[in-house]
Write a protein that binds this ligand. Structure first.
Ligand code: FES
Length: 164
């Protein structure tokens, strides 16, 4: 009698344990994937992004400002950082796109049409129309963006440094 009772107990224990393991896997694996998934994701979404219509730049003799949104994913946190990008058409028809973040201590430089310059008020940094340093503490020109036009739309790609 006791041998049969032990066998039944063992059988029930095995079946219960097996069902428990399967249920744990069914519930647990997606939960683990959900928890660690974001940490495996790329940190910043990049690539080419649309900026605005080319006609807006062609209609102006001044650099035109557009707003670019950077989506940054760090773990489970997703933030959108906005940046102003100035675009102008050069005499040879090429487009020049650059950031307005000062290369000294990252304040914001503004276009001053009357002076034909970009001015950073934090420490009086001055850049010319092309973003080259004229005076003040900035160590290098304003950063530029890869730029292209498709179907009348301006797109910007990677940001890069310029040393001049
Ligand atoms: S942060 Fe722009 S000049 Fe210092």
């Amino acid at each position: 009698m006791s041998e049969t009772m032990i066998s039944r107990r063992k059988f029930v224990a095995w079946v219960t344990g097996g069902i428990g393991a399967i249920m744990s896997a069914v519930v647990g694996l997606p939960a683990i994937a959900y928890l660690i998934g974001p940490s495996l994701r790329k940190q910043e979404t990049g690539g080419w992004q649309p900026l605005g219509p080319l006609s807006q730049v062609q209609a102006s003799t001044e650099p035109v400002s557009f707003t670019l949104s950077h989506v940054i994913e760090a773990g489970w946190r997703r933030t959108v950082k906005k940046e102003t990008i100035y675009v102008q058409q050069l005499p040879d028809g090429e487009l020049l796109a650059h950031s307005n973040i000062c290369t000294h201590l990252s304040c914001i430089a503004h276009w001053q049409a009357e002076e034909q310059r970009f001015f950073c008020p934090c420490h009086d940094g001055v850049y010319d129309r092309m973003g080259n340093v004229v005076s003040g503490p900035p160590p290098r020109p304003l950063d530029r963006y890869q730029v292209k036009v498709e179907d009348g739309q301006i797109w910007v790609g990677e940001r890069y440094r310029v040393y001049g």
